[in-house]
Design a protein around this ligand. Structure first.
Ligand code: SAH
Length: 682
């Protein structure tokens, strides 16, 4: 069977539907899955095992048979724990077919085939009865269906259904309970991910200020969760305005309701400031006593506790609809609202406003359009004053009153900057439009012309028969996944060549691809084999991930925002390819090979690749490495961008490397596809 997969084409900037083998999709899913990360999460595994043992003992003490329902069994791990703990029988439910197949193999290999029945279905399709999937209802309910937001993967409707149809009344549940915590903070950095700040432009005729559209003022933004590794957020980047408060709990051993609801908590700020952000995380109690707790709390909550690194569960950043000044000691009300799958917050000064729990539970919808145009890192990038100043510096040199500008970039403010700096005509070609509100707020609707046509379809009439004297881009395109996908700017530049004047300035004039070999503090876990997990052999899972990574023998780099994932440089950063935007895209491929010396001892987990844009001969912007901050090799990364990470498959061997050696590489940019292929040898 063939299926269609969506993929952005970096040579056209458009989404394309490619016909793929049925297997392709699931290989992608497995290769990039979080299963390895979960299996490496020792704290989680140990506590589940303790909780499961305790639940099985309680049932046995009552003289009952222990019948377990494990919803979302994955590798079968939690069912094998239950069987080892003495459960009489386990029903292991898994909706993802390739995983269910793997679970059957793993269960068999570990000798539990007679105790565990793997059912390859969604739990809501499971039947109970003499001819059903399950002979009878279970009396122990085990699940691990949580995401960073707790409920984003549908845990609530799944529990609601399970209590109605699949488990006995008064059953044991592991985990027994989940609790969601919140802390009110002020943070310019995080607030800059959600609102556009005014931009100051120093022009010849005085200072000009670009203002955000008024619609943005009270816009609640989008409901998608903002999950980050909060432990990597420097404490200087936010101020706690409240203590940590408990927002709500869910008891999984009782019937669960998934219908929308709100939870209101009164709190007294411990400090005056601007309430902007709610930081949130949860913990799960594996048993009713609360003695076996698995917590996602960031380091400042319990500084003495050992932190377990994990990427499958992080912390959440919620944005209040508008910033609210609060005074130390003055009571305020924080409300968490949720529907079946997501949570959002609001802050009120009095308890009168919508007192009823069911009022105002609609999830946030962006009304200003900006939150649909810019995602959170992009907001952060546009609000980065330093970066904007670099563009202004470069633009100021080339923009004058007779400049005809063309901008090629998604949701870019460069046309506004160029206009402020005095350009005669500013044309704006965009793939994703809708900057209209911002143009209106700045009285620019007649000044900046938006051309909604593909670059190859531009006509001389678009430019009033003049030639473009400045072609500019950030470059940034919202369909880009990997750093080099923004090279679409080069393809667009090639397509508009006939409209460019002979002495056109292309800004940026060039880009370069950079590479560095790194040792990750933790990120390596997500792609590293697990072998034995709590005494169970899960190598079948490792092999399956390896097969998926090798599917079509094309290991790929993957995007990660490295400011969240500390690493140490083992080599100097190296410029490996350059792309001259003053010329058109060549017909032939651009390739390079060589070797890079390892300067520091350490485990070579992979190569990091990023782009640097050379706005002109003097001004460059890095989307990757900002600096190596000390002699240990710790790296600072651009906080707004994802870098490309290529994980080496032979990490283990390099671990035993006593003498730093060298890594050879071969990198090829295929100008036909816009993709970069790479190969490394340690
Ligand atoms: N229990 C495993 C895996 C947890 S990941 C472990 O703890 O290591 C969650 C798994 O649940 C995924 O494999 C997902 O496909 C599956 N899943 C989620 N909701 C489900 C549902 N309602 N019915 C069946 N499987 C589900």
């Amino acid at each position: 069977m063939k299926i269609f997969c969506g993929r952005a084409n970096p040579t056209t900037g458009e989404m394309e539907w490619l016909e793929e083998d049925e297997d392709y999709d699931y290989h992608q899913e497995i290769a990039r899955s979080r299963y390895a990360d979960m299996l490496h999460d020792k704290d989680r595994n140990v506590k589940y095992y303790q909780g499961i043992r305790a639940a099985v003992s309680r049932v046995k003490e009552r003289g009952e048979k222990a019948i377990v329902l494990d919803i979302g069994t994955g590798t079968g791990l939690l069912s094998m724990m239950a069987a080892s703990a003495g459960a009489d029988f386990c029903y292991a439910i898994e909706v993802f077919k390739p995983m269910a197949k793997a679970a059957v193999k793993i269960v068999e290999k570990n000798g539990f085939a007679d105790k565990i029945k793997v059912i390859s279905k969604h739990s809501t399709e499971v039947t109970v009865g003499p001819d059903g999937d399950m002979e009878c209802r279970a009396n122990i309910l085990v699940t691990e269906l949580f995401d960073t937001e707790l409920i984003g993967e549908g845990a609530l409707p799944t529990y609601e259904h399970a209590h109605k149809y699949l488990v006995q009344e008064g059953c044991e549940a592991v985990p027994h309970r989940a609790t969601v915590y919140a802390q009110l903070v002020e943070s310019k950095r995080m607030w800059s991910w959600n609102k556009l700040f005014p931009i100051h432009v120093e022009a010849e005729d005085g200072e000009k200020i670009i203002v955000p559209p008024s619609e943005m003022e009270n816009c609640p933004g989008v409901p998608s969760v903002c999950d980050v590794q909060l432990n990597q957020m420097p404490s200087s980047d936010f101020t706690a305005l409240s203590d940590v408060v408990t927002m709500f709990s869910v008891d999984f051993s009782k019937p669960v309701q998934s219908a929308s609801t709100c939870y209101r908590v009164q709190l007294e700020p411990v400090q005056s400031g601007k309430a902007q952000i709610v930081l949130s995380w949860w913990d799960i109690d594996m048993d009713p006593s609360g003695m076996i707790k698995c917590s996602m709390a960031p380091h400042w909550v319990k500084p003495s506790a050992a932190l377990q690194w994990r990427d499958h569960w992080m912390q959440c950043v919620y944005f209040l609809p508008n910033e609210e000044p609060v005074l130390q000691g003055e009571k305020v009300f924080l409300t968490a609202c949720r529907d079946e799958y997501s949570v959002w917050y609001k802050l009120q000064k009095t308890s009168e406003e919508d007192n009823k729990a069911d009022v105002g539970v609609e999830s946030p919808v962006c009304r200003c359009h900006a939150h649909l145009l810019w995602n959170r890192p992009r907001f952060g990038e546009l609000n980065d004053q330093n970066r904007t100043q670099q563009y202004i510096k470069a633009l100021r040199k080339v923009v004058s009153t007779d400049t005809v500008c063309l901008c090629v970039s998604d949701g870019s403010l460069l046309p506004v900057l160029a206009h402020c700096l005095g350009a005669k005509q500013v044309q704006y070609f965009i793939l994703v439009s809708d900057l209209c509100n911002l143009f209106k707020a700045n009285h620019l609707e007649d000044k900046i012309k938006v051309i909604e046509a593909r670059p190859e379809l531009l006509k001389a009439s678009h430019f009033k028969d003049e030639k473009v004297s400045v072609l500019m881009g950030e470059p940034f395109f919202s369909t880009s996944l990997l750093p080099w996908h923004n090279l679409y700017f080069w393809y667009a530049r090639t397509a508009v060549t006939s409209h460019l004047s002979s002495n056109v300035t292309v800004l940026p004039q060039a880009a370069s691809l950079h590479m560095m070999i790194v040792e990750f503090q933790d990120l390596w876990r997500i792609r590293s084999p697990c072998g034995i997990c709590e005494g169970f052999d899960v190598q079948t899972m490792d092999d399956m991930i390896k097969d998926s990574l090798n599917f079509r023998e094309s290991k790929e780099a993957e995007p990660h925002p490295l400011w969240e994932y500390p690493c140490k440089s083992l080599s100097d950063p190296l410029e490996v390819l350059t792309f001259d935007f003053r010329q058109t895209v060549p017909q032939h491929c651009l390739s390079t090979e060589g070797s890079v010396n390892l300067l520091r001892k350490g485990r070579s987990h992979g190569a990091v690749l990023w782009m640097e844009y050379h706005l002109d001969a003097d001004v460059s912007i890095s989307t990757g490495l900002m600096q190596i901050s000390n002699e240990k090799g710790n790296c600072d990364w651009n906080p707004h961008c994802k870098q490309a990470v290529y994980f080496f498959s032979s990490v283990i061997e390099s671990e035993t490397l006593s003498d730093p050696g060298a890594v050879t590489y071969a990198i090829n940019f295929d100008t036909k596809t816009g993709e970069i292929a790479m190969d490394f040898k340690l």
